[in-house]
Design a protein around this ligand. Structure first.
Ligand SMILES: Nc1ccccc1C(=O)C[C@H](N)C(=O)O
Ligand SMILES: [Zn+2]
Ligand SMILES: [Zn+2]
Length: 208
């Protein structure tokens, strides 16, 4: 036992939230005393808090909602790579890495140091990387960051280019201490019918 490693952010009042977005809250809305039998909780949060996936509807009004996403994207073999101290991540940063057979690519940047505060700047994905990754068969990109674009971006070019190349986005991973290599990943979205994304519980298991 204990072979699955949790790579998700914990969800409590300390979780960092996109500036201006809905704060996270959990409360017992109907206590055992009130109901006579059970504590019944309620959560309120932005979908883009903690470890989550973006559905294309997040940045495209005509894009797929969470319920339309292929679950195979979020379960199966994944490659973890370590790219610390970058200001951005593009083809140059990945040129030394053999992506043969990599469907799910998780990038550990270590750039978000104190996860209780929202970062000021992050290394972003260069939009041109999308075509390169799709040529190599990548269908999911995951990062230990709250976005694939610069935090002040309005165009969200990387989000759009990735989606246009059939690459789905997993954000807010915790990859501290995860060595580069091959793993099994599970990070399933909730069956939210209309949503623009979903919180996930992301876990990794080292492949033999
Ligand atoms: N939560 C937000 C609130 C307001 C404005 C943007 C956002 C985002 O999350 C966008 C971000 N670029 C993203 O990676 O999805
Ligand atoms: Zn998001
Ligand atoms: Zn995003």
């Amino acid at each position: 036992m204990g072979t699955w490693i949790d790579i998700s952010q914990r969800l409590d009042d300390n979780v960092a939230v996109w500036p201006g977005d809905t704060p996270f809250s959990y409360k017992v809305n109907w206590s055992k005393e009130q109901s006579g039998s059970v504590n019944v909780g309620q959560i309120k949060m932005s979908i883009h808090t903690g470890t989550h996936i973006d559905a294309p509807f997040h940045f495209d009004d005509d894009g797929k909602r969470v319920i339309d996403l292929d679950l195979d994207l979020y379960m199966g073999n994944a490659r973890v790579i370590h790219l610390p101290n970058k200001t951005s991540i593009g083809v140059d940063e990945l040129s030394h890495i053999d992506l043969q057979g990599v469907t799910r690519l998780l990038i550990r940047t270590d750039a978000w140091k104190d996860r209780s505060v929202f970062p000021q700047t992050i290394p972003h994905i260069q939009p041109e990387l999308a075509a390169y990754l799709s040529e190599h068969g990548v269908r999911l990109i995951g990062l230990d960051l709250p976005s694939v674009d610069p935090l002040d971006s309005k165009e969200l070019s990387a989000h759009h280019e990735l989606a246009d190349h059939g690459i789905h986005i997993l954000e807010g991973l915790v990859l501290d201490g995860i060595g580069p290599g091959n793993y099994e990943l599970a990070a399933l979205p909730l069956p939210l019918v209309e949503a623009d994304g979903s919180p996930v519980r992301a876990v990794l298991k080292k492949s033999p």
